[in-house]
Design a protein around this ligand. Sequence first.
Ligand code: ADP
Ligand code: MG
Length: 475
Amino acid sequence: MEVTAQSVWKNCLSFIKDNIQPQAYKTWFEPITAVKLTDNALSIQVPSKFFYEWLEEHYVKILKVALNKELGERAKLVYVIKMENTYGNKQPFTEKIPSSNRSAVKSQDVDIPLKNKNPELKNPFIIPGIRNVKIESQLNPNYNFENFLEGDSNRLARNAGLAVANKPGGTSFNPLLIFGGVGLGKTHLAHAIGIDIKDKYPEKTVLYISAEKFTQQYIDSVKKNNRNDFIHFYQIIDVLIIDDVQFLSGKTGTQDVFFHIFNHLHQNGKQVILTSDKAPVDMQDIEQRLLSRFKWGLSAELQSPDFETRVSILKNKLYRDGVEMPDDIIEYVAKHIKTNVRELEGAIISLIAQSSFNKKEITISLAKEIVEKFVKNTKREVSIDYIQKVVSDYFQMDVDTLQSKTRKRHIVQARQLAMFFAKKYTKASLASIGSQIGKRDHATVLHACKTVDNLSSTDKQFRKYVEDIAKKLAL
Ligand code: ADP
Ligand code: MG
């Protein structure tokens, strides 16, 4: 087989893939393309300077090993940075428009002309009549970088945010689009960037606004016939942060005005930061020309944090609130609430509240009660079959024995435990539980549940069975 840049790189990739986290692979290696191979030097194209720096900082070893394997000891790696997003190259993706069609699309890339070159600035944030040209940033100081904990799930977005904060408008991340599911920290990170910029560049005008509020202001401006003032106001901002841009979907008027504001800011080297609950490819009812703008810079995803990050987020929160909590409780919460940082914080806050209002000690069982409320909606239901399997494994018998008609005490108990857990963990009716666990009737299941309840409050050994099995069934 002929050795080409692509074939060499393909082999390197398969080696790298086996040796790093899948997410890291996806983020840092999938976007790379091999472009050239001369002797022992492989050229790879990376999307930005930041990307290259990141690879050098974090993956230089593995890259070296992979390349040496493919091209020998004298292998060299050459980075080609695809500079398409930097300011200065203003319209990287503008299609060539045949001159005959030009007038039809003229508005695409031109600013809306302002009738009055120097209009009195109308700030949509202030009540009309009160003159105030100072623009409040609308930033929440509690959402800063310091308490935005880093983990694999947010490393790219967080570091890109820091890079933007160091040099607003001066990196290739313009716009910076942060996307991800609910409660994963988009709003927090967006504020953190704004706050950091304000710290470093107090003279810069930074503005945070939700897409919803932006839309509202726009609608008002149309009603009051001062659309141009609205546009002008936004065009003098140095760092514009718009949260939840998916809200613009279907709102063509607002999209149109945002498109012009965006172009103006971008062409003047101003920074735009956007957040969205979806990746640009998945955004619906957003105009193509706007979507293509979103892709100019960097789209960085926030993912669900891994267990370690969840633990650190909780510990940091408790520390800041001055609350102490045993590690096993923190770990319990982190283990069971996986997808959403907001819920994670919510659970720990209710735990603190519950224990202080009711003067209850914070125990695993209290934690469990609270966590259950939070995960209730998303909880995967265990099946009755699975419960029977777990219970019979626990007593080292097989499922047939558990279901058999025998009256041997330990088998009866196992069966009753299976029924009890089926009642507790599934939505099945008593009758349906009975028919699945050895063809018993609903009265037998009811009796089993009562017996288990009684025994676990009177018999220590039996209570241990219940606790052990509950743990095994814990999702
Ligand atoms: P989103 O805007 O994505 O729905 P938010 O930014 O509102 O999410 O975050 C939800 C909550 O989770 C906030 O209280 C935020 O402070 C917290 N949070 C999210 N990610 C982190 C993180 N990495 N470190 C600390 N707190 C976080
Ligand atoms: Mg948000």
